[in-house]
Design a protein. Structure first.
Ligand code: SAM
Length: 308
């Protein structure tokens, strides 16, 4: 049964004009669900919300508990979080910077009902033309496969950043590797090759991390900085920090493997659900195998819009 729109979109505001009748609200809800189904390839259920919150913890651990690296100063005003998901980054940011007005935008209304007073969530498609402008800081994290055109999205960020404002994107390199050849011929390697290849075939970039610098520079941002983090899969490393990161990554990936690949393989590559289930089970088993030493790079890239 469809829930009333105001319950499905608690505490949110939409960019679309307010609609007056119940029928128009239902149409709007249906339009957003259709956009979500057509343009995004991950689920938005309870498991996925939990997984995103685990990913948040993984990223905070990786970045020494920092939410971002850009030198934005102590009192940013207008802040935008693209593809905010559960809104956890936006809410943490708002708590740390009470002076800021933080907007989180997402196709999917999965944000909580009670949020800090300086946060608002907007349900909309960030690939559309923006109506909100003059941001001191624009942040996008883990948006792989989400935008139809990242180069255009970064140009939109440039257009709508305030002079002197910063943009920061944080993204995975989905080309896994190992230093000892232990991933060669593994199912986990096959999984990521399929993921990269099948998204590329439908014109979506899933391997966003290594491309960020080019997109950000080409959009016109200056003072561009690139930071690359090493993240293992599994608790096999001897180094304590890497071991912790690897353990978080494994817990998060246990549900993420299915979430990441089911839609693309069944909708576009002709796989059955059962075939995907087998690949996912083998991939999970490789991820847990302490003899397979999977590594990823994670990129944080930021740049500044020039003062006029
Ligand atoms: C993998 S999640 C990352 C969530 C969040 N950034 C984080 O780091 O926890 C990607 C999010 O982007 C949203 N998304 C995907 N395509 C979008 C679009 N075109 N416009 C707005 N949001 C989008 C999805 O609904 C999902 O919540």
């Amino acid at each position: 049964m469809t829930r009333p729109t105001e319950m499905r979109y608690p505490n949110t505001q939409r960019l679309l004009p307010r609609l007056s009748s119940q029928l128009e609200m239902k149409m709007e809800e249906h339009i957003m669900d259709t956009v979500m189904e057509a343009t995004y390839y991950m689920p938005n259920d309870e498991n996925e919300k939990e997984r995103l919150d685990m990913m948040h913890e993984l990223m905070l651990t990786m970045m020494g508990r920092k939410l971002f690296l850009s030198p934005i100063g102590s009192s940013p005003h207008r802040v935008l979080d693209l593809g905010t998901g559960t809104g956890v980054w936006a809410m943490d940011f708002a708590d740390q910077f009470p002076s800021a007005e933080v907007i989180g935008i997402d196709l999917s209304p999965i944000q909580p009902r009670f949020v800090p007073p300086n946060v608002k969530f907007i349900i909309d498609d960030f690939d559309d033309t923006w109506v909100e402008k003059d941001f001191d800081f624009i942040h996008g994290r883990y948006l792989a496969g989400s935008s139809k055109d990242f180069a255009k999205l970064l140009r939109e960020c440039y257009k709508n950043a305030a002079p002197g404002g910063w943009v920061e994107f944080q993204e995975w390199d989905t080309d896994l590797f190992s230093q000892d050849g232990s991933t060669d011929g593994s199912s986990i390697k096959q999984y990521y090759e399929l993921l990269n290849g099948e998204f590329a075939k439908i014109g979506r970039v899933i391997n966003t991390g290594p491309r960020l610098e080019t997109w950000i520079r080409d959009a016109g941002f200056k003072n561009v900085q690139v930071k690359k983090y090493l993240v293992p899969m599994g608790a096999w490393p001897k180094d304590k920090h890497l071991k912790t990161l690897g353990a978080w990554n494994l817990v998060e990936a246990e549900s993420g493997f299915e979430a990441g690949i089911m839609a693309i393989l069944t909708r576009h590559a002709g796989w059955s659900k059962e075939e995907v289930d087998i690949l996912v089970a083998k991939t999970r088993s490789d991820a847990k195998n302490p003899a397979i030493h999977t590594l990823f790079n994670f990129y944080v890239v930021y740049g500044q819009k020039q003062e006029d």
